[in-house]
Design a protein around this ligand. Structure first.
Ligand SMILES: [Zn+2]
Length: 413
């Protein structure tokens, strides 16, 4: 048995509206066993006096790409997967260093990297993976040059096979989805509208037919999994929701009518606002084309308005970042951007219990008996000042994942 006790903690449990001071938390064999205002003692446990600091669930990022080592996706073309993995290792470790104990990878992350982390070969957050995102021809995942005329693209040999896969038609989509789920995917991602980083498609374009997306949803559902869809415009979001998609990625250009539709379906939206803001600042220098920069500015402007509109409609908002290449340093800035519109506690719920629901793991993202012991401790009260989280080197005092202290400068008693 390994046990840890945290005493005198101000506990934000991921669900409530307040942090509760003076609490004690017992962790046994990777799970939280007790959360109590009564003293907890055990001769076998390692005890940390939290000193009134805030103890909260490990953060969850529901939209990241561990293999997105380059901002310009075309630059990945000449990089073998082995080299890409080596370059991804420090990216993955830094996510955990920032307090993210779980990360959902929504294009590229596969079962292999998930297992390598779980087995301890790579320090990093627990991953949820979906393999390559699925794209139609000419869609957000089709980065081929204009001289590539292939229409009947072999499903096992398409361009960008690892991060995005071009698949068309319900029958082919079903085969690919069955295969990804056979390998152990946690979810399936479809690219249902144009995107920012792709060279040839308009943001507002709706991609895949409703029937194609429905086929993907049916296959995922049969195995207890779900589908998330990349979509910006209301038309593409509505189209995805009608087809049974459970989680919309980005959603910047949504209107209130479609926000109500998303809420009514009980679906989630994962905003990724920091990606646009930080990339707009650095993108030109890092080689993004004028067309891509134009699209970037369009969604950046709409993103902030979308938060209030979704809150008003009662949409369940997750928390994501979507940072490519060297932009990854800004992962925690999503908190302060969201803080321009939302209450800190609502942002924290998004990054803990709501994201845990999205990844179908209610035993994550909460501090309660039975939950997995993913815990962070910070100086100060992030429910009052969310920017506390953006300076982990100063304020993040302990990171525990799966009941193991990964990093701390607190001394046990
Ligand atoms: Zn993304």
């Amino acid at each position: 048995m390994t046990a840890t006790i945290f005493t005198n903690a101000s506990v934000f449990d991921g669900l409530g509206d307040e942090a509760v001071p003076g609490m004690n938390v017992l962790v046994v064999d990777g799970r939280i066993e007790a959360v109590s205002e009564q003293p907890i003692t055990s001769s076998e446990a390692v005890t940390y006096d939290v000193g009134g600091r805030t103890l909260l669930p490990g953060l969850i990022d529901a939209h990241a790409h561990v293999f997105a080592i380059n901002l310009v996706e075309e630059h990945n073309r000449e990089i073998p997967l082995t080299e890409m993995t080596a370059q991804a290792v420090p990216r993955i470790r830094k996510m955990l260093d920032r307090g993210f104990t779980s990360v959902r990878d929504v294009a590229g992350g596969d079962v292999g990297i998930r297992r390598a982390i779980a087995q301890g070969y790579i320090p990093g957050p627990r991953l949820f993976v979906g393999g390559p995102a699925l794209s139609q021809i000419g869609g957000h995942g089709d980065h081929r040059s204009t001289t590539d005329e292939r229409l009947n693209i072999d499903i096992n040999a398409s361009a960008f096979n690892f991060i995005c896969r071009i698949v068309e038609g319900e029958a082919n989509l079903r085969s690919v989805v069955r295969n990804e789920l056979r390998k152990g995917a946690d979810h399936i991602k479809v690219l249902a509208s144009g995107g920012v980083g792709s060279p040839n498609d308009a943001i507002e374009a709706t991609q895949f037919t409703e029937g194609e997306i429905r086929a993907v949803v049916e296959e995922a559902r049969i195995r207890g999994k779900y589908v998330c869809a990349h979509a910006y415009e209301s038309a593409a979001i509505a189209h995805s929701i009608r087809a049974g998609v459970r989680c919309i990625e980005h959603g910047n250009l949504i209107n209130s009518e479609v926000a109500a539709m998303v809420a009514g379906a009980g679906a989630y939206i994962v905003p990724t606002l920091v990606a646009y803001e930080v990339t707009a600042q650095h993108g030109e220098r890092l080689g993004l084309s004028e067309y891509v920069m134009q699209k970037l500015n369009m969604v950046n402007d709409a993103g902030i308005a979308m938060l209030g509109l979704c809150e008003d409609a009662g949409v369940k908002l997750g928390f994501g970042t979507d940072l490519m290449g060297e932009m990854e340093f800004a992962q925690l800035q999503e908190f302060t951007i969201r803080g321009r519109v939302q209450r800190p506690v609502d942002i924290l719920k998004s990054a803990t219990s709501v994201n845990a629901e999205i990844v179908q793991r209610p035993d994550l993202g909460v501090i309660s008996p039975g939950a997995i012991a993913d815990v962070i401790i910070v100086d100060g009260d992030p429910l009052k000042d969310i920017s506390i989280l953006t300076e982990p080197e100063k304020n993040l005092r302990l990171i525990m994942k799966d009941g193991q202290v990964y990093k701390t400068d607190l001394t046990p008693n």
